[in-house]
Design a protein around this ligand. Structure first.
Ligand code: ADP
Length: 150
């Protein structure tokens, strides 16, 4: 039984994030999506509603996907949940530099490994901040977000 912890701000959770979860389920039994309070990023949306929205998005995947929120160090939280590794997505070179640094610390200091999935080309441009920006200017962002299942 292998469990991945996919941590992020998910503000909002996009189709790009959803694809990472779907692809990870091909090689892990369970994915825990954990919304972290990152002090470097504003978390203007209420955490509970973000958890709710993600739960609706991942409903078709059933019990293999769990959604929660956490505070503190990601790798410490991962250990508490019993996750075997951290899961992250990489869209390009900018993500890579940032992610490599994080992965390095998480492995050296906390002994937690990170598995990376390279974004598919059709999602490599997609970021939560782009979605927020477009939405703030009145654009329809529904094609960038996963379908919500009730
Ligand atoms: P964080 O604040 O931790 O970077 P994000 O919600 O922005 O949180 O991203 C969470 C993870 O998902 C990161 O590893 C990020 O690189 C990845 N990610 C974000 N958007 C995409 C996308 N379109 N395709 C693949 N991975 C993505």
């Amino acid at each position: 039984m292998s469990t991945a912890l996919f941590a992020g701000s998910f503000n909002p959770f996009t189709r790009g994030h959803l694809r990472i979860v779907e692809r990870a389920l091909k090689f892990s039994d369970k994915v825990i999506i954990a919304i972290g309070c990152n002090i470097h990023k504003a978390s203007e949306t209420d955490l509970d509603s973000r958890v709710n929205a993600i739960q609706k998005a991942v409903k078709p995947m059933g019990e293999k996907v769990e959604v929660c929120s956490y505070t503190g160090l990601t790798a410490e939280f991962a250990q508490k949940t019993g996750a075997d590794f951290l899961l992250r997505g990489v869209r390009g070179i900018t993500d890579f530099e940032y992610e490599r640094n994080l992965a390095d610390v998480n492995l050296k200091v906390l002994g937690m490994d990170t598995v990376f999935l390279i974004a598919e080309p059709e999602f490599s441009y997609l970021s939560s901040s782009t979605v927020r920006e477009l939405a703030a200017h009145g654009h329809d962002v529904s094609s960038l977000l996963p379908p919500m299942n009730d």
